[in-house]
Ligand binder design. Structure first.
Ligand code: NAP
Ligand code: F7E
Length: 355
C-alpha cells in the first residue's frame, strides 16, 4: 500500500524521528530527514547512524527557523507525507530560551504548513502535538475536547502549532492532523528528561559511578507510554479518509516517585523515602542516601497531573498501548545497565544526564 511513497521528516535525529524513520523504511518508503548543520557532522546523530547505509534514507539540510530551507526541501523531495517532529522539546529550556522555543516549536509549524501549501498541497501533514497543551488540566482524564491551559513557553508554542494546523486544514482543505501525544519514552529518550535521567543514574549508581540521584518534583504525575508504539499512530493518522486530531496516551498515570522506586528496585535497591518537598531524600536498604531533591530541578509553573483518554484513537486508528508501565521502566533500565557495562568494559565514561 505504501510502496513507493516519499516521506519528509523534521526532527529525524530525535527519539521519535529515529523510530518513525525505521517504521517508514520497513513499509517501503523513501525517507528524507531534515537536519540542521552542525560543526561536527557526525556528533549528536547517533540515533540515526544505523540508517545511513540504507539506500532509501537521505538527509537534507534545513532548519525550522528558516522558511527558505523548508521550501527548498519541499521542492526537492516532493513528499507524499510530511511529519513535523522537530522542536525545542525540553520544557525547562523553554523558560531559558522562550523566544527560540516559540520560533522553532510554534512558528516552525506555520513555516512547514506554508511550504506545503505553496509547493505540495496534496502532501499529508502530521504535527507533533503534546499533552503539555493541557497543562493545568481542566478535566481528568484529558481528551480531544479538553480545553488547553499550557504552563510553559513550550506548551504555549505547541498550542499555537495545534491551532494553526487546524486552521490551515479548515482554511485550505489540507490533509493536516495533530497527534496530541502524552509522554512517550524509550532507551533513545534524551538524557535530560526525567525517565531517562532516572534509569541512567540508577544504572550508574549500581555500577559505582554515582552515589545518588539529584531530582526535582517527584509528586508530578505523567501518562508514560512507549515511543515505538506512538510513532505507529503518527503514521496511521495520515492513512485515514479524513484528517483529524487524536489523543495518544495509555490511560494510566504514575508519579515520578513511582518511576524512581521501580527503576531502583530493578537494579537491586529498595528505597525508603523521608522528608517533604525540596527536603526529600530516599535511602536504600542499607541506609545509604540514593535520591536527593534539588530546588534547581523544580519548575516555575508545574504540570502536576496528566492522564489521557484514547477512546477516539482506539476506535478510529485501532490504537492500544503494547507495553505496561513496569515493562517500560524495565526496558529502559536494562538498556542503560547494558550501556554502562559496555563503557566500563571498554574503559570510557558512561553517558551522564546533564546537570
Ligand atoms: P527530541 O528527541 O527532543 O528531538 C527533537 C528534534 O527536533 C531533534 O531532531 C532536533 O534536531 C530537532 N530540532 C530542534 N530544533 C530544530 C530546528 N531549529 N530545526 C530543525 N530541527 C530542529 O524530541 P522527541 O521526543 O523525538 O519528540 C518529537 C516531537 O514530539 C517534538 O516536536 C516534541 O516536542 C513532540 N512531543 C514529544 C513527546 C515525548 O514525550 N517524547 C510528547 C509529546 C510531543 P537536533 O538533533 O539538531 O537537535
Ligand atoms: O518531566 C518532573 C518534571 O522533563 C516530567 C517532553 O517530551 O513530555 C515531555 O515533557 C516531570 C515534570 O517531561 C525532574 O517537573 C522531577 O513534572 O521528563 P520531563 P515533560 O516536561 O513532561 C511532553 C509531553 C512533551 O511534549 C515534552 O516535549 O518530571 N521532574 N525531577 C523532572 N524532570 C526533569 N526533566 N528532570 C528532573 O530532574
Amino acid at each position: 500500500m505504501s510502496e513507493g511513497k516519499v516521506a519528509l521528516i523534521t526532527g529525524v535525529t530525535g527519539q521519535d524521528g529515529s523510530y518513525l524513520s525505521e517504521l517508514l523504511l520497513s513499509k517501503g518508503y523513501e525517507v528524507y530527514g531534515l537536519v540542521r548543520r552542525t560543526s561536527q557532522p557526525t556528533l549528536g546523530r547517533s540515533l540515526i547512524n544505523h540508517l545511513n547505509s540504507n539506500e532509501n534514507f537521505h538527509l537534507i539540510n534545513g532548519d525550522l527557523t528558516d522558511q527558505a530551507s523548508i521550501d527548498n526541501a519541499f521542492k526537492e523531495v516532493q513528499p507524499d507525507e510530511f511529519y513535523n517532529l522537530g522542536a525545542q522539546s525540553f520544557v525547562p529550556e523553554s523558560w531559558r530560551s522562550p523566544l527560540m522555543t516559540a520560533d522553532v516549536t510554534g512558528m516552525g509549524s506555520l513555516r512547514c504548513l506554508e511550504a506545503l501549501k505553496r509547493n505540495k498541497p496534496d502532501c499529508r501533514y502530521y504535527q507533533a502535538g503534546s499533552s503539555e497543551q493541557f497543562g493545568e488540566v481542566r478535566e481528568i482524564p484529558q481528551t480531544e475536547m479538553t480545553p488547553f491551559h499550557p504552563r510553559s513557553p513550550y506548551g504555549c508554542a505547541k498550542v499555537f502549532a495545534f491551532e494553526i494546523t487546524r486552521n490551515y486544514r479548515e482554511s485550505y482543505g489540507l490533509y493536516a492532523c495533530t497527534g496530541i501525544l502524552f509522554n512517550h519514552e524509550s532507551p533513545r529518550r534524551g538524557l535530560e528528561f526525567v525517565t531517562r535521567k532516572v534509569t541512567m543514574t540508577a544504572a550508574r549508581i549500581a555500577a559505582g559511578f554515582d552515589e545518588y540521584l539529584s531530582i526535582g518534583n517527584v509528586d508530578a504525575k505523567r501518562d508514560w507510554g512507549y515511543a515505538g508504539d506512538y510513532v505507529e499512530m503518527q503514521w496511521r493518522m495520515l492513512q485515514q479518509d479524513e484528517p483529524d486530531d487524536y489523543v495518544i496516551a495509555t490511560g494510566e498515570t504514575h508519579s515520578v516517585k513511582e518511576f524512581i522506586d521501580l527503576a531502583f528496585f530493578h537494579v537491586g535497591m529498595e528505597l525508603t523515602w523521608e522528608g517533604e518537598g525540596v527536603d526529600r531524600i530516599a535511602k536504600d536498604q542499607n541506609g545509604v542516601v540514593r535520591v536527593r531533591t534539588n530546588p534547581k530541578f523544580f519548575r516555575p509553573a508545574e504540570v502536576e497531573l496528566l492522564i489521557g483518554k484514547y477512546d477516539k484513537a482506539e476506535a478510529t486508528l485501532g490504537w492500544k498501548p503494547s507495553i505496561t508501565f513496569t515493562g517500560l521502566v524495565q526496558m529502559m533500565v536494562d538498556s542503560d545497565v547494558a550501556l554502562v557495562a559496555e563503557a566500563k568494559e571498554r574503559g570510557y565514561a558512561p553517558p551522564m544526564p546533564p546537570e
